[in-house]
Design a protein around this ligand. Sequence first.
Ligand code: HEC
Length: 419
Amino acid sequence: MQVAGFLVLVLLWLSMAWGQVLPSRSRSASVEVTFNRQIIRILQQNCQVCHHPGDIGPFSMMSYPEVLPWARKIKTETQVRRMPPWKPVPDYGGFLDERRLTQKQIDLIARWVDAGAPEGDPRDLPVPLEFSDRWTLGEPDLALELDADFTVPAGGSDIYRCFSIPLGLLENRYVTGFEIRPGNRSIVHHAILFEDATGISARLTPSDGKPGYNCFGGPGVPPTGAFGAWAPGVRPQLFPGGVGVLATAGARMVLQIHYHSGVTPQTDRTRVGLFLNRGPIRKEYLYFPLLNTDFVIPPGDPSYTVTASLTVPPLVRAQAISIAPHMHWLGRSIKVDAVYRDGSRRPLIFIDDWDFDWQGFYYFQEPVPLPPFTRLEMTAVYDNSEANPRNPNSPPKAVRWGEQTTDEMCLAIIGFVLE
Ligand code: HEC
């Protein structure tokens, strides 16, 4: 026994010594970086989900001939961290499925490009990823879709369209997970699933004769809940640990879709799968809005701050599990912290380069405790100057809270459970 233990120790020591000495001398400088060996693996993990045929990325990254013409662009886009798109700044809260390259991966891509972007040995290629139209989590309990295709005309501005779809539930149930499958990934930019327990959304009929109705920034009716959201790269979710969102008997779902327009007219029929609870739910997934609706952003101000705060009431012990910050076109940055009773501060999220086009529902890596008297603090900064190319008002005008493109919001939706 003892001899064997000793041997293991020696072997461990030897392998550690090699591990430390050898790479710094010889390995790092000499190993050739090729597409087939290292680069394709980085692209599979971080890029192909959007950059495959028919998806939102403007070119495919599935094969070497497709990637090669873009090699220089790929080097610069990754160096400035514009790609892959991921808005929260690092080390400010931590999220599941973070889509961020390591510095090592960025350097590897640069080295590969600088060496002339060699293809390498086909035997090094990994198994290719497949992107299919099937439900990835299996058949959902409710498979919902639009009753007709929605057509997006060519070359127009973005469209925010809401579709009211009955859930058909005869009794209250809980949604325990969801999958959103965009019908046409080249135009569907994001989708949000709201609950409308009142059913008012069914009466919103459009004047343009097409399915659904126009809506911007929300479902167009006061939402009673939310089941989930999709943006490119978001994976279908089963909520962790027996958590479920209430779906009321008789409720409708409002599916809000943000469409880009293409160079040719395009049609879409997005599908939504909802998974329902089989047994009792352990915890109800609830949402509360942290918001400030009472502000006026003065015209011309390039950096106007709006704050909001909310204190967890006595006797309530909650845990935050997700966060979705929301502003419109003037938003520049948004930050949310939890401040505990002892004065300590826990960073929840910070987006320092707000982009309306890249919004997300971010799930915390671990639940964030929110004991009684915790204060949630939000600071949002807006650029209402002429110099902001996204300013919808020219010349700039005073902007208040509202649902329209030309209005603003100062909002973070926090998903939580009660302990
Ligand atoms: C979440 C979806 C998504 C992911 C993931 C993604 N991209 Fe993109 N990419 C896009 C979209 C959409 C565009 C075009 C619009 C834009 O630039 O925002 C784009 C554009 C690009 C461009 C062209 C920029 C130009 O100036 O024309 C490059 C290069 C690029 N991506 C590289 C990458 C690389 C490398 C990765 C992975 C490390 C990656 N992308 C991951 C969605 C994505």
